[in-house]
Design a protein around this ligand. Structure first.
Ligand SMILES: NC(=O)c1ccc[n+]([C@@H]2O[C@H](COP(=O)([O-])OP(=O)(O)OC[C@H]3O[C@@H](n4cnc5c(N)ncnc54)[C@H](O)[C@@H]3O)[C@@H](O)[C@H]2O)c1
Length: 275
């Protein structure tokens, strides 16, 4: 028996990277999926966001495991997009068992706190913190009616610790950890669990079109290889984290194995935050 048989899982930011790894692992475990991404870039984000083609690639790979998959574009900054996404999921599947709030941006960054422009500061909070809140706002009523659900917020070790030159990202991810704890208390009586997964440095897996390490390197004005060396030195183990390590924690939290786990943060960071 697969761990997510008969479960419906909604995953944001599933066009590539960690979101695609979560979709693939959930499909492999028997889930049906609603996967979403923005489908174009934003002027205020200094690197390319995922395309519709990348999201469709995720869907094709998930279908190979036998999953039913809805593909729908949505900007997590737009409540109308989010509502339409959830409506599409309900029309097709009739329920949502797990929500994976994975969509996020790693930049603008690479400067001291006072040097962020207002626009740079606001886009980080809008995508990384208010985005998950919008999804919870749309999905919670459904989960309350079901008296069942698991919400998994992909935060970061930047939600637990400070990082020089990344104040906006760090503030947004600390906020997401706070949102996780409060929402867990709000919905515990309705049997809805809310947890955060905090990845440490994750390597860019080409098979998943991942490139967040490159975004961090570009923000700091250093070479990708140098950033990879810094990441490797920063963790306690001899390897940085794979997107599939993060996906494994997500599958576990989406499954019934964690029916009594709520309001917690799980670091998947090769010991980074233990040091
Ligand atoms: N890669 C890492 O080292 C690392 C470490 C810790 C936490 N994280 C977090 O993991 C999550 C996934 O990151 P990733 O490394 O796979 O990066 P990524 O850039 O490959 O994936 C993030 C996805 O979110 C999407 N997205 C961005 N803005 C959006 C918006 N407004 N609406 C909808 N979708 C939007 C992007 O298009 C992209 O597909 C993020 O929340 C990130 O902060 C990543």
């Amino acid at each position: 028996m697969c761990r997510l048989t008969d479960k419906v899982v909604l995953i944001t930011g599933a066009g590539r990277g960690i979101g695609r790894a979560c979709a693939l692992r959930a499909a492999e475990e028997g889930a049906d999926l609603i996967i979403t991404d923005i489908g174009n870039s934003k002027e205020s984000v200094p690197y390319k966001l995922s395309s519709l083609e990348e999201l469709q690639t995720t869907a094709e790979k998930c279908k190979e495991f036998g999953s039913s998959v809805i593909v729908q574009l949505a900007d997590v900054c737009k409540m109308n997009d989010v509502n339409a996404l959830v409506e599409a999921a309900i029309n097709r599947f009739g329920r949502i068992d797990a929500l994976v709030n994975n969509a996020g941006i790693g930049a603008p960054a690479g400067k001291a706190t006072h040097l962020y422009t207002t626009e740079e500061w606001e886009i980080l909070l809008n995508v990384n913190l208010s985005g998950p809140w919008r999804l919870i706002k749309a999905v919670a009523p459904i989960m309350i009616e079901q008296q069942y659900g698991s919400i998994i917020n992909i935060a970061s070790t930047a939600g637990l610790l400070g990082y020089r030159s990344f104040a906006g990202y760090v503030a947004s991810k600390h906020g997401l950890v706070g949102l996780t704890k409060s929402a867990a208390l709000d919905y515990a009586p309705q049997n809805i669990r809310v947890n955060a997964v905090c990845p440490g440095p994750v390597y860019d897996d080409e098979r998943l079109d991942g490139h967040m390490t490159k975004v961090v390197a570009d923000s700091l004005g250093i070479r990708l290889g140098d950033q990879e060396s810094i990441d490797l030195e920063s963790v306690a183990m001899n390897t940085v984290v794979s997107p599939y390590d993060v996906a494994e924690a997500v599958v576990w939290l989406a499954s019934d194995a964690t029916q009594r786990v709520t309001g917690t943060t799980i670091a998947v960071d090769a010991g980074y935050s233990a040091k």
